[in-house]
Design a protein around this ligand. Sequence first.
Ligand code: UGA
Length: 481
Amino acid sequence: MSNNSIPQVSISSGATITVLGLGHIGLPTALGLAELGWQVIGADDDARKVGLIRSGDPIFFEPGLSELLSKHLASGKFQPVEDVEAAVRKASIIFICVGTPQKPNGQADLAQVEAVARVVGRNLNGYKLIVEKSTVPAITAQWLRRTIVRYNGGKPLGTAGDSATGSPSAADLDFDIASNPEFLREGKAVEDFFHPDRIVCGVDSERARKILTDLYSPLGRPIVVTDTSTAELIKHAANAFLSTKISFINMVSDLCEKVGADVTAVTRGIGLDSRIGPQFLDAGIGYGGYCFPKDLRAFIHLAEEHGVNFSLLQEVERVNQRRVDIFIRKVHEALWTLRGKTLGILGLAFKPGTDDIREAVSLKIIQVLLEEGSQLRLYDPQAMAITQTVFPPSTAGITYCSSAYDAAKGAQALLLLTEWEEFRNLDLARVHDLMEVPIIVDGRNLFNPVAVRKAGFEYVSMGRDGSRASSGRTHALKPTA
Ligand code: UGA
């Protein structure tokens, strides 16, 4: 990230920002703020994680993050620590970036957010702006406020503090809460931090509005100022709407196959309408990752809690869940039986540009194929090590491969599950030579059908094959060398 393109903020006040939680959101946020010129403490109670980050290892793969980390460890603008309480005391602005996993009923589990509020309450030693960045349901800000007040030195509001022990007094209870939801995409988090489409600042006071808008004004991007509950809702609504677009196009894709149409052309045809837009209309095996599935369920749950029947979103989720079956059916249609078949798997991460496999559709597909008795040759440019924590190398039916070509060796089909750029540029003639039967089932519509078929492959993709996929065409086995 060049300093020329990022305006620097004045830090003459010497203010310190503490970012609580150094995961996929916290670390890019902390380093982005450091790049903007702030003095940033990144606090996480996971000492191992902090140790690795301190040594220059960002722990997960995110383009540009490693470079920013080295730069700001060296500049001293970013300081990773495990003492969360001290980090809170030192800060004027606190960004909450802890996890909000889902409970079995789909509701967001806010235990980590509440734990942070307690720590803040116990360590309120002067004015602080506490900013929610984690995705949380509407009215969490109000709970944060109540919890901070409640845990102010363990005393109820209005009880004087003890100057001898250093515990804060009621007069110290001077803080604001803001909701500033993150819209960072994994794989593009650094880019998104500096060039967001918009910045949402949910505030309930003029003081909080000024601090947050001043903080973000150097980015020169549109800032939407709302109250905290509205900002919280904007985040959930954005992720729910994007998921809806994906499930919508996946249904259109299924219909395209029935009538012999091409879903990529439909996407172009509707996406050029500026009211619709082309993004998030790529048909395929469905959405995964840590955000969409979880946030959609939390939003549905929130609506139910408030008596709103948001059945549209329940259908979005059902459509997405069916994508695995639809893809497996395509594999069956291409290969007939799967027991004992060798299948190359290209792509494990839930999307390109990351090594994240949380709720990755690829893992669900792999699980079904293992149950079918297939032999799988797995390859991903970044997510190999992490996938081994789910499917250890000793798992029957699994072989980890060193490249896409290695995964193709002896395979009776290649299944493309993540659209990494390096797969687009594969030498198809070489892949063809390595495979026993040249079939590609492309779950992400990465390849050009004409080029792949010209290279001698039977090619099946999503919503582009018309009646081809079920035509029952067969390929003769290639003669063995
Ligand atoms: C998503 C949002 O895009 C971010 O704005 C938000 O900040 C983030 O969640 C979050 O809440 O933290 P992310 O999960 O990183 O970001 O990834 P996306 O690029 O949104 O992709 C999500 C899933 O949808 C992936 O599995 C991707 O393959 C799938 N997808 C995306 C499609 O199947 N089709 C598309 O057209 C686009």
